[in-house]
Design a protein around this ligand. Structure first.
Ligand SMILES: NC(=O)c1ccc[n+]([C@@H]2O[C@H](COP(=O)([O-])OP(=O)(O)OC[C@H]3O[C@@H](n4cnc5c(N)ncnc54)[C@H](OP(=O)(O)O)[C@@H]3O)[C@@H](O)[C@H]2O)c1
Length: 334
């Protein structure tokens, strides 16, 4: 195969506060000839995710930080262009962690084959991908069951809207909050939420109280901060919290003090469980079977916001912190 030139996004500097375009560069690289036992892949779609903000900081978390001057990483779905490894052939669709670039070479163990029959292929980054798995795992983590009243923040985003749809399928009463009237309409009309409100339109605690006068059993936390405080006040005795994310604090330069009403944990004997989706990868088959079934039968929607071109990827990433996406934010690379 002739020499392949691939464009990729690199981390130029570590963001302070909200990332800006200056923190990234679009660079070009030449791929080496394909070695034995390796596979050449062209990315079709790549994912931008809030957790990537944490990897742009210095210092170790549950995943190592991105390196300055190196391409970023993240979820992507692509097609095999050439294979020198058993089990892969040109045209196969694969999910990898080699996002933020047009082409890459990887070993089979770094590739997760997915069906091309399910379209668009970007669904493997959303409802049937990492964010869908996070939603599914979160509900398992605190054993969400029929009859539970569950409140989901960041509800119109990738994790939130799938968590809400799955909770509905499990027989829960589902409440959600999001940052615009359009998103609230989407939650009610398209995702089947029983109630939804715009957290920017008034205090969360008051809006949540109106939506759930008798309290909530489960809180699926995607945002942290004041919303977590409101949920702590609204949870019933023996309520459960899925600690999934805290996007309201990801761009803070200093950690914010914790909830002022944490004593609710004691008084109401609450349980709060942390979730890291990487711990659930061994359950991916089970998840794909169940949620893929809902998707194929039309019981679950994959909502996405698609941005075109790798050169728009950093804008799409920054847009996550401005609420520019409804559903999963994906970038169409090819
Ligand atoms: N624990 C894990 O393994 C795991 C895995 C995946 C994701 N997560 C976490 O789950 C959460 C959702 O991730 P996602 O991929 O589904 O992203 P997403 O919700 O699709 O996108 C981010 C959304 O967050 C909202 N947002 C932005 N700034 C906010 C702020 N200051 N306060 C409140 N909301 C804000 C925006 O919606 P609005 O317009 O509604 O504000 C935006 O659309 C994130 O916290 C992420 O880190 C955790």
């Amino acid at each position: 195969m002739s020499q392949i030139t691939s464009r990729e996004i690199r981390l130029a500097s570590r963001p302070k506060g909200i990332p800006t375009a200056d923190n990234f560069t679009l660079a070009q690289t030449e791929l080496e000839p394909l070695p034995e036992q390796q596979v050449l892949v062209r990315n079709l779609f790549m994912s931008v995710d809030p957790y990537m903000r944490g990897r742009m900081n210095e210092g170790k978390s549950y995943v190592p930080p991105f390196e300055l001057g190196q391409p970023l990483e993240g979820g992507a779905v692509g097609e095999v262009i050439e294979s020198r490894a058993k089990g892969f052939k040109p045209g196969d669709a694969v999910v990898s962690n080699y996002g933020w670039r047009e082409y890459f070479i990887a070993s089979p163990k770094e590739l997760h084959p997915v069906s091309r029959e399910i379209q668009p292929l970007s669904v493997w980054l959303g409802a049937l991908g990492m964010t869908g798995l996070t939603a599914w795992a979160g509900l398992q983590l605190v054993e969400v069951k029929a009859g539970d009243v569950i409140y989901i923040s960041g509800a119109a985003g990738a994790v939130g809207n799938v968590a809400g749809q799955l909770a509905k399928l499990r027989g829960c009463r589902v409440l959600g909050s999001a940052g615009s009237a359009e998103k609230v309409r989407f939650l009610r009309a398209e995702c089947g939420f029983d109630s939804a409100f715009n957290y920017k339109a008034g205090p969360v605690r008051e809006q949540l109280k109106l939506a759930a006068p008798d309290g909530i059993d489960v809180y699926f936390d995607n945002v942290g901060g004041g919303t977590l405080e409101a949920a702590l006040s609204t949870l019933r005795v023996h309520g459960r919290i899925i600690a999934c994310g805290g996007i309201s604090g990801y761009n803070e330069e200093k950690p914010r003090p914790g909830p002022s009403n944490l004593m609710n944990m004691v008084a109401k004997r609450l349980t709060m469980k942390g979730l890291i989706v990487l711990d659930w990868l061994h359950r991916r088959g089970e998840f794909e079977k169940e949620v893929g079934g809902y998707f194929r039968s039309g019981k679950l929607k994959n909502k996405e916001t698609v941005v075109n071109g790798i050169e728009q990827a950093t804008g799409a990433f920054i847009g996550l912190f401005q609420g520019q996406n409804v559903g999963k934010m994906v970038v169409k690379v090819a």
